[in-house]
Design a protein. Structure first.
Length: 71
C-alpha cells in the first residue's frame, strides 16, 4: 500500500511541474534562448572554423602504408 501512495505522490508532483512549465510565457523563454545564443555566439563551431593549430582531428602526415600502395 505504501508503494502505491508513493507512486501517486510522485505522479502528482510531476503533474504540478508540467502544469507550471506550460504556464511559462513564450516571450520569457525566447528571451532566455536569445541571451544564451548571444553569450555563446563566438564559440559556435558551425559559424566559425576551428583553427588548424587547435584541431585534434587534422592529420599531421599522410599514412605511409596508404601512400606507398597508391603509387
Amino acid at each position: 500500500m505504501m508503494s502505491a501512495s508513493n507512486n501517486i505522490a510522485q505522479a502528482w508532483k510531476l503533474m504540478e511541474q508540467l502544469l507550471m512549465e506550460t504556464k511559462t510565457e513564450v516571450s520569457k523563454s525566447l528571451m532566455g534562448t536569445g541571451q544564451l545564443l548571444q553569450q555563446h555566439f563566438w564559440n559556435d563551431l558551425l559559424l566559425f572554423r576551428v583553427p588548424a593549430s587547435k584541431n585534434p582531428f587534422k592529420g599531421k602526415k599522410p599514412c605511409v602504408l596508404f601512400y606507398s600502395s597508391v603509387l
